[in-house]
Design a protein around this ligand. Sequence first.
Ligand SMILES: *Cc1c(COP(=O)(O)O)cnc(C)c1O
Length: 359
Amino acid sequence: MNNFPFARIDLSALRHNLKKVRQLAPQSQVMSVIKADAYGHGVAQVAAALSDSDAFAVARLDEAIQLRKLGFEQRIVILEGVHSLQQMQLAAEFALCPVIHQQAHVNWLRHPSANRIPFVWLMLETGMHRLGLSASVIRELIAALIQVFPDKVGLMSHFANSDLRDDPRNASQLDVIKDLAEETELPICVANSAAVLNLPDSHHDWVRPGLMLYGISPFADQSGLDLGLQPAMQLQSVLIATQQLQKGDQVGYGGEWVAVHSCRMGVVSIGYGDGFSRHLTNRGQVVIRETLLPVIGRVSMDTICILLDDCPEATTGDQVTLWGTPLLPVEAQAKAAQTIPYELTTVLAGRVTRKVVNG
Ligand SMILES: *Cc1c(COP(=O)(O)O)cnc(C)c1O
């Protein structure tokens, strides 16, 4: 028996998407980004499926230690870096690779116990203005660092607008990196998913995709399927009740949906307590029996209501797909929620079982 709702995680889709990355960036090593529990897909199974990756990247020290304790021996990069000497020492103990984005980090690296750190990435500020050190600061740090860490230093940067095709800001960010790369001859890692897909000039030594590994598109006007990717997550639940409504009946909290004629509605076991966004109130869609049906009324904690007019044969016990089918990709549901697909999969709650399948 299935516990509903559940997210079906397809490991063969993950492997397919990693292959796609390698096809697009054949000269580059691949650092697979599996932060935030692998964008909500479950980090243990995702890391196992993507074990061909040349490295993994997570956001935080805790995530990196967790991954190491699970037994993964790849390089593990900490994108947010570490925030104290003690954390730097922990990173060394677990052979993790912190991103260096503050001058203080370099001082911590001089501590003898830090010499077990396998590699560090200097984060260069090129236009994102989030984490990063300016080119002039980095020039000085490189000189100091390559004495302590010979052959263990790379240059990283991050695009702010790579999801926007033909945006001139991408080229200007790249120019800053290229200048420093030519000077220093350090390995370079810049490309997130959108850049892997759309900015071949940015691939360099290492690419750093997250979203596309899960089969999801970073572009607003295309789905993962359009890009030759395979969605790795399908979110499913079940129709637990149906009701006949009369003209004028209000549905759910606040009565935000009113029947304009008599109709049949259904109740699906999923709500914001599962991470199904409350912004999908009166906007989301679901699929039953290969038919798209609209969410009506407010999303509750544990349930949503849907209009069954377009699927009169729908009945209690029917499987309901919330996203991850060609008819309803997660990108479309995200657009309805006025957010990005990254958020929908990442905030999926722990009470939604992840059911791992292989093809
Ligand atoms: C999350 C993240 C990535 C991956 O980005 P995608 O758009 O998911 O490919 C790459 N680099 C950094 C610094 C990140 O924070």
